[in-house]
Design a binder for this molecule. Structure first.
Ligand code: SF4
Length: 320
């Protein structure tokens, strides 16, 4: 079965400098071609620059995080009396309402405003004491904990990149297919299509979400939906392991057991083994599986989002 056509680009936030806007402290940018040339074919990017938005101007004095990890303040590097923490947090609160309509967010690494994991924190005496999130990014993550967020540098890692894009598409499907007009039936249908996708993240997540969906139709739906999406978004923060993918692929082979000749099952098993031992990337057994499913399987399995979690041309399974 061909992957479903994507009708509308997915709204995703991005640090303005990654989008190519000349908003950095020195008047430069940090244009990320992967975002603007590849992801932009599927994502409608919405750029934000917190430091410009709070009126720091371009060019401007640089700031850095000073204090304790998790409680650091954003202060001027030359004029340490300059503290823009509160203004950055207030701006983040203003963006939260807008960002609630986003389905993902890509942030500039190392930045005292936008960094998500990699921003250096200094002691009052100026010694580096660790790394953490920038002021704007930390507040956004706190207020929108389900929103898939990633840092520019980490997007170079094939596994993290694949996982981020998968989660953005998943979160978008969730809003379009269930959250916009919820019903028990929609939750059951959604989970049924996403079963193998969830399973790839491990049996624990698979069991937990299955148990939640079993409660659909009995009791209050709203809290159940919240628990369901929270469970999945938290459970998918780390990419699936190779073992997780192998498990799903063997489930699919099991499904095909009575439908295809033994030789085909052997071909599939061999491709999965080659993936399991790292000889070939995930795309190899997936393509083969897709081919046989298209020819032999029922709609139930051909509609699994695990087979096409995002447009194939993104090529994200070629390097994992
Ligand atoms: S990292 Fe954030 S605050 Fe700094 S220039 Fe880029 S968008 Fe603006």
């Amino acid at each position: 079965m061909a992957e479903p056509a994507q009708t509308k680009k997915i709204p995703v936030g991005i640090s303005s400098c990654l989008f190519g806007e000349e908003v950095r402290y020195n008047g430069g940018h940090k244009h990320n071609a992967y975002c603007t040339d590849v992801l932009a074919q599927h994502f409608a990017f919405k750029p934000f620059c917190p430091e410009v938005a709070i009126g720091m101007g371009v060019p401007r004095e640089t700031i850095r995080l000073v204090g304790e990890l998790g409680r650091a303040r954003a202060r001027g590097t030359q004029n340490s009396e300059q503290d823009v923490t509160d203004r950055l947090q207030t701006y983040a609160e203003a963006v939260v309402a807008e960002a609630a309509a986003l389905r993902g967010y890509i942030l500039m690494k190392d930045s005292p405003s936008c960094g998500l994991y990699s921003t250096k924190v200094y002691s009052d005496k100026g010694a580096p004491i660790g790394k953490g999130a920038g002021i704007f990014a930390a507040r956004l993550r706190e207020r929108l904990p389900l929103l898939p967020m990633e840092e520019s540098g980490r997007l170079n890692d094939p596994g993290l990149r694949e996982n981020f894009v998968s989660r953005v598409f998943f979160y978008d499907r969730w809003w379009r297919e269930v959250a916009c007009e919820p019903s028990p039936h929609k939750l059951v249908a959604f989970h049924s299509r996403d079963k193998y996708f969830v399973m790839s993240y491990g049996q624990k997540l698979y069991r937990e979400t299955g148990a939640l969906v079993a409660r659909a139709g009995s009791g209050d739906l709203r809290p159940l939906l919240e628990e369901y999406i929270q469970t999945i978004m938290r459970g998918t923060l780390k990419p699936p392991t190779r073992k997780g993918h192998v498990n799903v692929l063997f489930h699919m082979v099991g499904y095909l057991r009575k439908l295809v000749p033994g030789g085909i099952r052997q071909d599939l098993t061999q491709a999965i083994e080659e993936y399991r031992t790292g000889l070939v990337p995930l795309v190899v057994p997936m393509k083969l599986m897709q081919h046989y499913l298209d020819n032999y399987a029922s709609d139930y399995i051909r509609q699994q989002t695990y087979l096409h979690p995002y447009p194939f041309e993104l090529g994200l399974r070629n390097n994992i």
